[in-house]
Design a protein around this ligand. Structure first.
Ligand code: SAH
Length: 222
């Protein structure tokens, strides 16, 4: 459950976050800007107070509506693959708890993020922390369609397991842009990094196996 009331972020949580950053370094995350962003975002605000300590373990957690807050390693790894530059315009599919969104927002970009579940979209809107990030623009909609009126994007990140690379998202990626997307069936996905060169040619690299909740067609709720 996301927290809708202000909560404390004191030396205890800051210390736990430093330890988490060390765990991520040990697991091979090298992008200092990504690590610094993770060190700044109070992940315990995204979980029930009863799970405050577990918030800084490197694991995924259930949130509302049968969804999960991604594992910190996965968030760090996907963000590192995006090769974020200041002022990038980034599209995220699958807002979920908005933890990944806040990590990206800490990196000085503008983030457009889409969630297909109305209950989750509304829930995040009541979350105090999200109001602090004026560079996060949230949308309720179907991520398969992207956001044509805001395209093109420098970077696109998909945080649910996609059955295939959605053609509309590929269209909305700028020449010179990067898309990071887990592709596969329900059981397991391959992380793909897709780069589009200046001439619009697309290259795909496989970056290992991951497990995400599925990317589903259409919206849920009104
Ligand atoms: N980035 C999130 C991860 C949440 S889990 C975080 O940091 O917490 C993935 C989310 O993707 C779920 O909330 C799910 O509802 C959403 N999702 C699945 N299919 C989608 C689609 N077609 N469009 C938008 N969001 C989608």
């Amino acid at each position: 459950m996301l927290h809708t009331l202000p909560r404390e972020d004191n030396y205890l949580q800051k210390g736990l976050r430093k330890q988490l950053v060390q765990i991520l370094r040990d697991k091979g995350i090298r992008d200092e800007a990504v690590l610094a962003a993770i060190e700044r975002v109070p992940r315990h605000f995204f979980l029930d107070p009863a799970f405050e300590r577990q918030a800084y373990e490197d694991r995924a957690f259930p949130i509302v509506a049968g969804q999960t807050i991604s594992q910190p390693y996965t968030v760090a790894y996907q963000t590192q693959l995006l090769d974020i530059k200041k002022y990038d315009k980034v599209l995220e599919i699958g807002t979920g708890s908005a933890y990944q969104a806040c990590v990206l927002a800490e990196m000085g970009i503008t983030l457009y993020t889409i969630e297909r579940q109305r209950a989750l979209y509304d829930h995040v809107g009541k979350f105090v922390l999200i109001k602090k990030y004026l560079n996060i623009k949230r949308f309720f909609g179907d991520g398969f369609l992207g956001l044509p009126s805001y395209a093109p994007f420098d970077k696109i990140i998909i945080t649910c397991g996609a059955p295939f690379v959605p053609p509309k998202l590929l269209e909305q990626l700028k020449p010179g842009g990067i898309m990071v997307i887990p592709v596969g069936d329900d059981g397991r996905q391959k992380m793909l990094r897709i780069t589009k060169d200046k001439d619009g040619n697309v290259k795909e690299e496989e970056m290992g196996d991951f497990l995400f909740v599925p990317m589903l067609q259409g919206k849920e709720g009104r």
